[in-house]
Write a protein that binds this ligand. Structure first.
Ligand code: C5P
Length: 403
């Protein structure tokens, strides 16, 4: 049994109902918990419930004279060994980041300056991913606070995306760790999902200095990688030639030719949950790669015999079920008859999804894209937007489809 004391601030999100369970977990370990509610939190959970579970008075108001007489807010902050804010709303994060103290929780946050702070964000994914909110959380992290990454799943607003508050067991586990209480309460957290993305233009060698290639920039693949990293996924990049520098924190597998790319893809397919093929793979390669630089012929013409390259995404999609990633996703860049060609490719390559884009309107290398994600029974259209925006939508959509 522990003699530790936790101050639990509860913000106004639907996830507030989970805080009741958090209080129960702490009480089971003999930890004292005092709860503080924001005004909007009371729309989701009652002070009575928390009072009954914690066995302590619940505070809601900075100017409650009776409560302040019993224990002032400064004493309350001094009393605690740790401050947890679960759920942390976008509004609370903004107030904490800038030091605004206009209610009891935000005032307590400033007063609890010398104890560990754990924040469990919960909000709509757009609000969470807004640069303002991201900047606030970055500031709070730099201040040394523990921020429990939000999980992906169905949100109260009906979207299936990131923004769910971590489960009470996870929040409690972090608190035990921070307070030095050895309590293996929950099994180790599950492995993060792994996304493998093929990206760039393959280079098919003719001789040591020449090759056949194409104009793919790799921008879409990198945008998908960034969106996946932002959602806490592990990202492998099977990378051919790209103009740009890949995002940090990806595992990169340099694979310049189609054959090398296939080799790498087959090696890591088994450890991949979502395989996304954005690479522009040359359909053909020279049958023979010259070991010395080719010399110009006297009679002018040069005849190169080309043979077909392997289809990487199709080979991965056709692996046996125990080796195949859960979702295999291809891209179809077409200049006409977009949806029909995409449907054909989906079936022929055994893909789960194909992202169809019209390159006559949104050419290779551009900043904008418009994509339809097509599966056997469904079609989801993402209208013209930056590749970053489209990538975020595609990753959220795929995450909603994985089980
Ligand atoms: O058949 P097509 O080249 O139009 O198909 C495009 C899709 O297939 C893209 O997802 C591309 O990355 C993938 N692809 C592949 N290996 C190839 C050719 C295409 O993985 N040899």
């Amino acid at each position: 049994m522990s003699s530790k004391k936790i101050l639990l601030g509860i913000g106004g999100s639907i996830a507030a109902y989970k805080s009741a369970n958090l209080v129960r977990i702490f009480k089971k370990q003999g930890i004292s918990v005092r709860c503080v509610l924001t005004k909007s939190a009371e729309e989701f959970i009652t002070a009575q419930t928390l009072q009954a579970l914690s066995g302590e008075p619940v505070r809601r108001n900075l100017f409650d004279q009776q409560a302040e007489a019993a224990m002032s807010h400064i004493e309350l902050a001094r009393w605690a060994d740790c401050l947890i804010i679960a759920p942390t709303t976008a509004n609370l994060a903004a107030k904490f980041a800038s030091g605004i103290a206009d209610d009891l929780i935000s005032t307590l946050y400033l007063a609890a300056n010398d104890i560990p702070v754990i924040l469990a964000p919960a909000m709509n994914s757009k609000m969470l991913l807004h640069p303002a909110t991201q900047e606030n959380f970055r500031k709070l992290q730099q201040r040394g606070h523990y921020i429990l990454e939000s999980a992906s799943g169905e949100l109260a607003c009906g979207e299936n995306a990131i923004g769910r508050m971590q489960e009470p067991e996870k929040i409690a586990q972090k608190a035990f760790e921070v307070l030095g209480i050895s309590q293996p309460l929950t099994p180790p957290s599950p492995k993060p999902l792994t996304v493998t993305i093929t990206v760039g233009a393959t280079r098919e060698n003719i001789d040591p200095v020449r090759f056949i290639s194409n104009r793919s920039s790799g921008k879409m693949g990198f945008a998908l990688a960034r969106a996946a990293l932002k959602r806490g996924l592990k990202v492998n990049l099977i990378k051919a030639y790209c103009e740009q520098i890949p995002p940090e924190n990806c595992q990169i597998f340099p694979s310049e030719t189609a054959e090398k790319m296939l080799d790498t893809a087959l090696n890591i397919a088994n450890d991949t949950d979502i395989f996304i093929a954005t690479a522009a793979v040359a359909d053909y390669r020279p049958k023979k790669v010259l070991s010395q630089k080719h010399k110009k012929e006297r009679d002018g013409a040069l005849h190169l015999e080309l043979i077909e390259n392997p289809d990487i995404v199709a080979t991965v999609a056709q692996l046996p079920a125990d080796k195949r990633p859960k979702l295999v996703v291809g891209f179809a860049a077409e200049t006409e008859n977009l949806k029909n060609y995409a449907q054909e490719k989906l079936a022929k390559k055994n893909l789960d999804f194909i992202c169809a884009n019209d390159v006559s309107q949104f050419p290779f290398g551009g900043e904008l894209n418009e994509i339809s994600v097509i599966s056997k029974n469904d079609e989801k259209n993402f209208n013209a937007a930056t590749k970053t925006d489209i990538a975020e939508k595609i990753i959220d959509y795929l995450l909603s489809k994985i089980n």
